[in-house]
Write a protein that binds this ligand. Structure first.
Ligand code: PLP
Length: 392
């Protein structure tokens, strides 16, 4: 075949986690022992009662197509939960159920941005934001997140990056990969900026239930923000349901029919047994999520302490999510070489920070969703690897 592919597919980026997982598995197939700190998924299982509801739903015949925007009972449960946790009144009609949180971001970019538009997004940040913005032909403008600033999106810096072309501001607090969390003052200032410049906001709150030190707050609760904010959340991280594919948007009413069209044109609907399990997750016992949070908090302390004891490495404690994002520049290696060699030489799979944006360079992302024993062993291997570097 000599006919070219569509130019836009060349603009799609990717997520390095899946590529590193593939390499780590290849090493394991050769008999190597690898500790997996690369992939961002809870190490706890989905809570048993949630699994039971799905099994019963399948036995009971929940096999067919269902409404594109989601089952009414799940939309109502999401609206009730979002209202209670964000201090706003969410109408179930504004809840859009999707097969994962990722489709929410893709559909929001497809619905809102086009060539000529600029989109402000966290750098380092979830790589799919940039990928999809560029796929849509718009320009991604990174908002630098720095350890010195607690990896927060600084409202003054965001303001300095706004132009008349800026259409959308992407926020992600707690942030993947840094664990950075916006303060209440940040949210108020960012909301004022969005109102003043008439910006849409995509607030990716997928880690909102996994915030360690302060209660979570959403920008959507700021004055007049519900009309311009799409809130993204889902079951993947909160209920250890990454493989189930269940996420949602709470969107301004004007956007809902367009998100529905995008869903009809792509996936038709989200599987009904997954959605029914999702209702149980939201309305049932919340203690598994609380236990996960306590576990990640404890591991955060373990890992930050361990990393801080290694020459050439510093680590700002994450305020949420389940990642540590240490600065490894003091070791003399760049992040890509460091991550590659750490996997090949020491059998520890991590992600290079530059995969999350230019400001991620010089950092590694380590998942805290691994057992204490694995994390302790990984820290020992890391320390020995770094000691080996200075010995040569
Ligand atoms: N947003 C962020 C910041 C994430 O880290 C992830 C997953 O890693 C997602 C969204 C997507 O989650 P889902 O598995 O629900 O598609």
């Amino acid at each position: 075949m000599t006919r070219p592919l569509a130019e836009r597919v060349g603009r799609l980026g990717t997520e390095s986690a899946f590529e590193v997982l593939r390499r780590a598995r290849a090493l394991e197939a050769e008999g190597r022992d690898v500790i997996h700190l690369e992939i961002g998924q809870p190490d706890a299982p989905t809570p048993g009662p949630v699994v039971e509801v799905a099994v019963e739903a399948l036995r009971g015949g929940a096999h067919g197509y269902v409404p594109t925007l989601g089952l009414p009972e799940l939309r109502a449960a999401v609206a009730a939960d979002a209202s209670a946790r964000r201090g706003i009144e969410v109408d179930p009609a504004d809840v859009v159920i999707c097969p994962g949180g990722k489709p929410v971001m893709s559909f929001v970019f497809l619905a809102l941005v086009e060539p000529g538009d600029e989109v402000l997004l966290p750098d380092p940040g979830f790589p799919i934001y940039r990928s999809m913005v560029e796929f849509c032909g718009a320009t991604a403008v990174g908002v630098p997140l720095r350890a010195a600033n607690g990896f927060r999106a600084d409202p003054d810096e965001v303001a300095s990056l706004v132009t008349e072309r800026t259409k959308l501001l992407v926020l992600n607090s707690p942030n993947n990969p840094t664990g950075g969390v916006s303060t209440d003052d940040d949210l108020a200032a960012l909301a004022a900026l969005a109102r003043d410049h008439d910006l849409w906001v995509l607030s990716d709150e997928i880690y909102s239930r996994l915030q360690f030190d302060a209660p979570f707050r959403s920008i959507v609760a700021e004055e007049a923000m519900a009309e311009r904010t799409v809130l993204l959340d889902g079951h993947s991280k909160t209920y250890a349901m990454t493989g189930w594919r269940l996420g949602h948007a709470v969107a301004p009413a004007v956007l809902v029919p367009h998100l529905e069209r995008l869903l009809v044109n792509t996936v038709s609907c989200t599987p009904p047994f997954t959605q029914l399990a999702g209702v149980e997750a939201l309305t049932g016992d919340q203690s598994p999520t609380e236990r996960m949070l306590a576990t990640y908090r404890r591991r955060r302390d373990l890992v930050v302490d361990g990393l801080s004891g290694i020459d050439g490495i510093t680590c700002h404690p994450p305020g949420g999510a389940f990642y540590a994002f240490p600065d490894i520049t003091g070791t003399g290696l760049d992040d890509v070489t460091f991550a590659d060699r750490l996997l090949a030489d020491a059998g520890v799979a991590t992600l290079a920070g530059s995969g999350f944006g230019p400001h991620g360079a010089g950092h590694l992302r380590l998942s805290l969703a691994a057992s204490d024993a694995d994390l302790t062993e990984a820290l020992d291997r890391l320390a020995a690897f770094v000691a080996g570097l200075s010995a040569h």
